[in-house]
Design a protein around this ligand. Structure first.
Ligand code: NAD
Length: 287
């Protein structure tokens, strides 16, 4: 069975559109997101375009700042300092990856934690780690947990969640969120021994590896919920390209209880959660 991320994202956006109207009526603020794109990476351009479009569709304000590939770190930091001070801006997102001459961690640290709608600032990671309310939580991990709950219901307590991947963007934060949901969490990675055997124990299996069709049916417990975060472009036998996940969908689909397809699973939830974070940041700016 497929978990429909497109539908879930659409439902979340509809709910967020109501929250935006409410916020305008009650607090007279309209959440505003500014997205900065450095360089002209085609994939990043598509992501940014979608983010801006979906922000506007639910009644929020969105600005895009496009900077040349050779923009210096100082110039980018200058933009961030201005946006940090601008009270009409509630969310700031710098599209990653950045050109090699720019230090990504210095840029992430320079974004005000209150406007860090990607949730990558160390203060927000720390808040998530400590289970503190008010953290701006990375978008993709939030989407993963929402999709797992869509199939399993709101109570995930006691379930064994196995996460493949330990990145700061997906693996670690999704593990923290699942721990908050009272799952028993195992984080696995490139040095994990007997990975298929560890994965076989999972009631919830989250794959965030970046290797096309890595997870096979014999890794998956009968009836498990599989959340496939991977986005990998492969070339098929007829020379065309297509997107596949980190899970071998055709192999796994009949063994698992439910699976997020790629495309149409976790991907659409990521932008919807970015909108959610911007609204949260706007609400927190007046509370
Ligand atoms: P990353 O490269 O930062 O991390 C990959 C992780 O996989 C690492 O922690 C590594 O230890 C682990 N790994 C690598 N080889 C392994 C192996 N052989 N066995 C077990 N673990 C192994 O990647 P990321 O940023 O976390 O992204 C992971 C995937 O998710 C990518 O395909 C990426 O495109 C995708 N992604 C999708 C979205 C979305 O919106 N759907 C968002 C972010 C990332």
């Amino acid at each position: 069975m497929n978990i429909d991320g497109k539908l879930a994202a659409q439902q979340l956006r509809e709910q967020l559109a109501i929250e935006v109207k409410d916020l305008e009526a009650k607090a007279n603020i309209c959440p505003k997101l500014v997205v900065i794109l450095v360089g002209d990476d085609p994939a990043s351009q598509v992501y940014v375009k979608n983010k801006v479009k979906q922000t506007q569709e639910i009644g929020m304000v969105s600005n895009e700042i496009r900077l040349a590939e050779d923009t210096s770190q100082e110039v980018l930091l200058g933009h961030l300092y201005k946006l940090n001070e601008d009270t009409s801006v509630h969310g700031i997102l710098v599209q990653l990856p950045l050109p090699k001459h720019i230090d990504e961690s210095a840029i992430i640290s320079a974004i005000s934690p209150n406007k860090d709608v990607d949730g990558f600032h160390a203060l927000n990671s720390g808040r998530l780690f400590n289970g503190e309310p008010g953290a701006l939580v990375p978008c993709t991990p939030q989407g993963c947990v929402m999709l797992a709950k869509q199939h399993l219901g709101n109570d995930l307590s006691g379930m064994h969640a196995v996460v493949i991947g330990r990145s700061n963007i997906v693996g670690k934060p999704v593990a923290m969120l699942l721990l908050q949901e009272n799952c028993t969490v195992t984080i696995t990675h490139s040095r994990t021994k007997n990975l298929p055997e560890v994965c076989q124990q999972a009631d919830i299996l989250i794959a965030a590896v970046g290797i096309a069709e890595f997870v096979k049916a014999h890794w998956v417990k009968e009836g498990a919920t599989v959340i496939d975060v991977g986005i990998n472009r492969i070339t098929t036998d007829d020379g065309k390209t297509k997107l596949v996940g980190d899970v071998d969908y055709n192999d796994v689909v009949d063994k698992c209880g439910a699976i997020t397809p790629v495309p149409g699973g976790v991907g659409p939830m990521t932008i919807a959660c970015l909108l959610k974070n911007t609204i949260t940041a706007a609400k927190q700016s007046v509370s």
